[in-house]
Each structure stands twice: as C-alpha cells, then as structure tokens.
Design a protein around this ligand. Structure first.
Ligand code: ZN
Length: 322
C-alpha cells in the first residue's frame, strides 16, 4: 500500500474506535461490553492530542525502515507435502475469513511459509508501545531516558502500517506479483488514486486537510469504494476477542496472514501470469472483475484489525497502570 492509503487507514482506525466508544447499538457492540467502550473512549481521547504524525508514522516503515522483504509480508505457498495443515481462528466479523472458510479450495489444505515475519514485527511493536507507556509513567518529564506521547503515537501508526500490509493479499502470496513486471504496484496505485481523489490533501505540508472532527476532509468526488469502507466501519459489529485459540497480537496477525493467503489465491487464478499487466488483471481475474467489492473487504478488515490491536495494547497498559 502507498502513503496516503496507509495514512487514511490509520485515521479510519481512530474513527472505528470512536464508533466503538460511542455506539448504543447492540448490533455493533453487544451488551455487557461497557469496559471495552470506556477503554475505547479514553484511547480516542488520547489520540485526539497526538494524531499529527499519522502520515509520517504510517509511512515510516516503507520510507525509513525499508524492511519490506521481511516484516511487511508472510508468504504462503500451497504444497501437497506442506509442513502446515491447520488454519487459525478469527473473530466472526472478519469478512475475508468468513468468505474463505466457505469458498477457498485451499482452506484446510497443506501449505508452506516461504518468507516473512510480519506477525513477529507486529507483536514486537505492540510490546514496545506498552513498554513505552510504562516508561513514560515511571520517569519524570524531561528525564533523558523518558519517552513522549508523540513518540508513542508514532509507534501506533507504525504498527498500523504492518497490520494493513498483512491484509493486502499479495503480501501473503509467494507468487512473484511484486516484482517490476507484476500487478502489485498497479493495484496499490489504483487504491492510492481513489484516496487522493476522495480527500483534500495539503501536498506541500504532507498532510490531509481536516474536517471539523479532525478526520481527512472529503472532496466532492468521494469514490464509491471509499464511501463503502466508511459505511462498513461505522456499522460492522466489533468483537474485541482475538478469535478462537488466539491470545496475542502475534496469534491474531498469523491468522490474518493465513486468510490473506487464501484470499489471494481465490482472487487470482494460477493461470494468471506475472508478466500479464494490469489491464489483463482487471479483465481476467475475479479480483479485477469485482475490484471495489474485494477492496472494500480488504480495507474494512484492515481498519477493524488495527482498532482491535490498538485497543488490546491500550488496555494492557491501562491494566498495568491500575
Ligand atoms: Zn509496507
């Protein structure tokens, strides 16, 4: 994913938290989740003061860290003699998982993991955020080893980048769509073009213009795909648990990568060659033929996942601080 797509997704994850914090609709948050709601409220309030670095933070991994070939991916390969055969649990609201359990011919079939450590990276950043909050609480302000809230916010946005990347199906598919001839970049450019068309961007200052609520200001030409993602995150049920069998960011992100892998093989047939261009991709693949429908699933699931992981991190710190 590209710069403004990442930044927009991070903003929408804050918005998603705001939905969780303020909803009175039990189809969005089931009764009995008052503590989750309160915690989401306090996290949104905290973000209000420290959201200035969304674009820098969400773009830091590609721009500065440059660990694309390891931490932005987990590459899967279907293989009859594969080392792994099991698929992990996920919250029932994750749209890609639901579809793949029903429709993927590779579900519950053996596979190998050939490259990448995105789940490890996400787990490590999640820990570092909790650690930084603890350091911030323990040390006096201005102490040379103390961190800052702005720095911690930056880390939240960095984390959002890796979580979002893992939802991009091609980041979990070992086929070579990412090299120069491949369609990977062209798909992400189509996403980026839609974000740029839908929101006012202050290019000189490298930021979105904001609406009165502090979110990216919409233009008059918001695209149907962008609109559909905003509607989805405002109405989808929020399930705080990580899914059956999962108890950490690592577990959860490992699940995400498994269903992203299945999704990629579902969307792009084995007959599609890497040398074929974006026009053929749009005409010949399931993904290309229903481009915005599948894009909506990818973006909405990514935003929901980021909100879930952030909230777990926040609650972990808050429980420590009690
Ligand atoms: Zn990336």
């Amino acid at each position: 994913m590209k710069k403004y797509s990442h930044a927009w997704i991070a903003f929408m994850a804050i918005k998603r938290l705001e939905v969780i914090a303020s909803t009175t609709d039990s189809s969005i948050l089931k009764d009995g989740n008052d503590d989750i709601k309160k915690q989401a409220q306090s996290l949104v309030k905290w973000f209000k003061n420290y959201r200035d670095f969304v674009i820098e933070g969400a773009w830091y991994p590609d721009d500065v860290f440059k660990d694309m070939s390891t931490s932005h991916i987990v590459k899967y390969k279907p293989s009859e003699e594969g080392k792994y055969t099991t698929f992990r649990g996920m919250p029932a609201s994750h749209s890609i998982t639901n579809m793949m359990k029903k429709k993927s011919p590779l579900y519950n079939q053996p596979y190998d993991i050939t490259q990448g450590n995105c789940a490890d990276r996400c787990e490590a950043i999640a820990h570092s955020i909790v650690d930084n909050f603890k350091i911030l609480t323990k040390e006096d302000r201005g102490c040379p080893i103390a961190t800052t809230n702005n720095h911690i916010a930056l880390r939240f946005f960095i984390l959002s980048h890796y979580v979002a990347d893992c939802h991009m199906p091609l980041h979990c598919d070992y086929r070579p769509f990412s090299d120069e001839k491949g369609v990977h970049g062209a798909i992400e450019k189509k996403w980026e073009d839609q974000i740029k068309k839908s929101f006012e961007i202050d290019v000189d200052n490298n930021r979105f213009n904001y609406d009165p609520d502090g979110y990216p200001l919409q233009t008059k030409s918001v695209t149907p795909f962008v609109q559909s993602v905003m509607e989805e995150i405002a109405t989808r049920q929020y399930i705080h648990s990580w899914g059956a069998g999962n108890s950490s960011t690592w577990d959860y992100m490992s699940s995400v990568s498994q269903y992203s892998y299945l999704f990629s093989y579902y969307l792009i047939p084995l007959t599609f060659q890497n040398t074929q261009g974006i026009n053929e991709f749009m005409e010949q693949t399931e993904w290309g033929q229903h481009f915005d429908d599948y894009n909506k699933m990818i973006f909405s699931d990514a935003i929901d996942s980021i909100a879930r992981i952030w909230l777990h991190v926040w609650i972990k710190y808050k429980n420590w601080a009690k």
